[in-house]
Design a protein around this ligand. Sequence first.
Ligand code: ZN
Length: 285
Amino acid sequence: MSVIIQRESGEQFISSAYTTTIYSGLRLVQAETLGLPYVTHAFSTRLGGVSEGAHTSLNLSYAVGDRPERVVENRKRLAGALGYDLQRLVCGRQVHGDNVAVVTSREAGAGALDPETALPAVDGLITATPGLPLSAYFADCVPVVFIDPENRAVALAHAGWRGTLQEIARKVVEKMAETYGTRPADCLAAIGPAIGPCCYEVNHTVAARFTRWGPTVGAKRRGKWYIDLWEANRQVLLDAGIRHDRIAVIKMCTACNRELMFSHRRDRGETGRMAAIVMLCSEGV
Ligand SMILES: [Zn+2]
């Protein structure tokens, strides 16, 4: 199914790699290629929550100055829409680093209702435990969801420009290989909504650090540098050994889609956070 995204400029963006679906009043984005019966995944949008002002309306982060009771209600709505237990949601304290946490039942509920209990300093989460929803939070940074169908493991990465340069997505694949025996060639990956090369202007110093991926990742337009974090992360996934036909890139720019997406850059830091969620379904489901 193709989806047409209307940009503020009036330009229409068409992709066949994902669907947007309304679940219980929330509009969620899902990669078609990750549609396996034993995995639940989604990228949330800003629609369907109770937060107000700059956080209107489905802000899912405790760390952006929103009222905690609203974040809890928003998190309950997302859990209800996707059918997982909020009490078991696992969250990391994201620091734009490259630490990857192996998540088991012991970590169930970390950061779900109290940000103080989030796993410290991690930007990657992996698990092979069913019924354990992994989450990460975004407003321009790149979410990457992984599935290893052979070993029944799932993972998430949070890759802003720093995490991209540290190749967090490759480190997630390596941790899966080390922990579950994952073969990268078996993996499926999807790069979710994030700021696109249309809007992601960076200074010369940052742009220079992206030259390792060649001219498709950085371009100068009218004297300014723009970086393609989608493509940089796709290259990282290829380098990690994931096959090109198993990588979906949801080319939806957070900054271009004001109605659907929070964008830290566009909103000058005063904004909410969307979530990426992935979970192995419980046995027998
Ligand atoms: Zn854009």
